[in-house]
Write a protein that binds this ligand. Structure first.
Ligand code: GLY
Ligand code: MN
Ligand code: MN
Length: 514
């Protein structure tokens, strides 16, 4: 497709007078505007390859569509979010948009995927489909358009050469249209068509749809949207093969990050603010192997480990302390690992640290032993906390029996492990967040589900109920598993878990660095 055929309208609001331009820019002269479109090599004639995920998205859309036959489904990517003035946060599309479009990385701000109902059984992309997809996005403007040089969010001179409609269609494997045509599509046949939108991603698109509904006499339909969000979230409870492969790669990349952290621990101790140093080392691997970290890294030395979401990471790491590091690489496909290791900074656990560590490891093993098809999600947790409560009781810390603590009126053990043992993992670190409790906490594990197993024990320095030698020790061990036909496979098993294995692994890495 030539530049001329690309459909983005030439911007009419280009500032031209000194009063209109932002305070630090010079106005563009007519001479510049005449000169700038000339003398550029043509855009590549060859189309880009299809996204790897595009082989999987037709089946995903078909499964979603089957639940909402005859209805228009709207899945926005969401827009850029301002960090300050004209500086945005790094862009990440909404998870459902990534899942159904196959687009990851920083693609594609403000895009909207519309699934338009078709006659039942029509074959689209080789799948008997209920809906035809169209991706509405802002294709690159021709170089005759001021966007080329003056639009810091979309312009080629600012953010690089973006896709044309045909290029994007080749990547995603289905039809694309300019975002300027979205509203017309949304408004089509609304008297007779139910429309559902995933509301969380894009307030502006959601507001326009609510307005269209109101204009067409439909009362508040946010409940329809809620059902849609639940279905989209529950669809991801079981991963397809592509997703499991991506999660394996994310775990492998994260293992490399953890190895680099261990090798650099002496430097982190020497420099001070060692928590920030190891956060940075892991972040380097995350950016190099993937898109980013999948969530803010927790790098918690000593008592900081007892703040569950310690992300300030401004503390020192000291010889003799533990480092609890909870970090995961998010790949360009946006699948993320979520791994925690609790490591002795000097490479050797103290007897007290090892005592706590071994119980957490025992709890993790107990949970993994029952993680298989048919087990309920909450029973995986029960297996872990039964170990935790039993050992706390043996140590004289529980004020009641383990049975009482684990019973409906108990819960005292939660003082030392207040969080759950597992969550679903995928494109989001806390994946499938809108799934109903009957399919999540009360749901049964099934082959292809990916969950974390992450028990912990946290003895705050201020906890007067625990003996002195345990105060300030916090341990979590977190691994990512996929449920198989008869059990589970540990995706994060490139990293050791047992205390002895952790020590010998660390000794090897620290010896390389010395
Ligand atoms: N990193 C957050 C979690 O483990 O759930
Ligand atoms: Mn987790
Ligand atoms: Mn974690």
């Amino acid at each position: 497709m030539s530049d001329q055929n690309e459909t983005t309208a030439v911007s009419e609001d280009e500032p031209t007078t000194p009063e209109e331009v932002p305070n630090r820019q010079s106005p563009f002269s007519q001479a510049f505007r005449d000169f700038i479109p000339t003398g550029w090599a043509p855009y590549p004639a060859e189309l880009p390859p299809a996204l790897a995920a595009s082989a999987w998205t037709p089946a995903r859309r078909a499964a979603l569509g089957a639940k909402f036959a005859g209805e228009r489904l709207v899945v926005p990517a969401g827009g850029l979010k301002v960090r300050a003035n004209d500086t945005d946060y790094p862009y990440r599309p909404d998870t459902a948009f990534a899942y159904y479009s196959g687009l990851g990385g920083d693609r594609e701000p403000d895009a909207v995927l519309v699934l338009e109902p078709v006659d039942n059984g029509e074959v689209i992309d080789g799948v008997a489909a209920t809906h035809a997809p169209t991706l509405y996005f802002k294709p690159r403007a021709p170089r005759t358009d001021p966007e080329f040089y003056s639009d810091a969010r979309y312009g080629e001179m600012w953010v690089g050469q973006r896709e044309s409609l045909d290029e994007m269609a080749a990547m995603v494997g289905f039809a694309c249209a300019p975002i300027s045509q979205l509203d017309e599509h949304l408004a089509k046949n609304l008297e007779s068509t139910t429309i559902r939108v995933l509301r969380v991603a894009d307030d502006a698109v959601t507001a326009r749809i609510d307005q269209l509904r109101a204009d067409h006499g439909h009362a508040d339909q946010s409940e329809l949207d809620e059902q849609f969000a639940i279905a989209a979230s529950e669809q991801r409870l079981v991963k397809d093969t592509f997703e499991i492969d991506q999660l394996q790669l994310a775990c492998d990349a994260s293992a490399e990050g953890f190895e680099a952290v261990v090798a650099d621990l002496p430097e982190a101790v020497r420099r001070g603010r060692g928590e920030r140093w190891v956060e940075g080392v892991f972040g380097l691997y995350a950016r190099h192997h993937g898109n980013a970290v999948g969530y803010d890294t927790i790098a918690a030395g000593a008592d900081h480990a007892n703040t569950l979401h310690w992300v300030r990471n401004d503390g020192d790491l000291r010889d003799g302390d533990l480092l609890l590091m909870d970090a995961g690489v998010e790949l360009d496909s946006l699948y993320t690992a979520d791994i925690t290791r609790t490591l002795p900074v000097n490479g050797r656990f103290s007897p007290a640290q090892r005592r706590v560590y071994d119980v957490v490891f025992e709890a993790q093993q107990a949970a993994m032993a029952v993680a298989k098809p048919g087990t309920t999600f909450k029973d995986v947790h029960l297996a872990a906390i039964t170990v935790i409560a039993t050992r706390l009781h043996e140590w004289g810390l529980l004020p009641v029996t383990p049975e009482q603590s684990l019973g409906p009126d108990g819960g005292q053990h939660r003082r030392w492990m207040v969080h759950g043992t597992s969550h679903h993992l995928g494109l989001d670190v806390h994946d499938c967040a809108q799934a109903r409790a009957e399919h999540y906490r009360e749901g049964r594990l099934a082959e292809g589900m990916v969950i974390t197993i992450e028990p912990g024990l946290y003895f705050k320095a201020t906890d007067l109920l625990v003996p002195d030698e345990l105060r300030g020790i916090g341990v979590r061990i977190e691994d990512d598993i996929v449920i198989t036909a008869d059990g589970c496979r540990i995706l994060s098993d490139k990293l050791p878990r047992a205390a002895d294995d952790v020590e010998s692994w660390m000794a090897g890495l620290l010896a390389q660095g010395s």
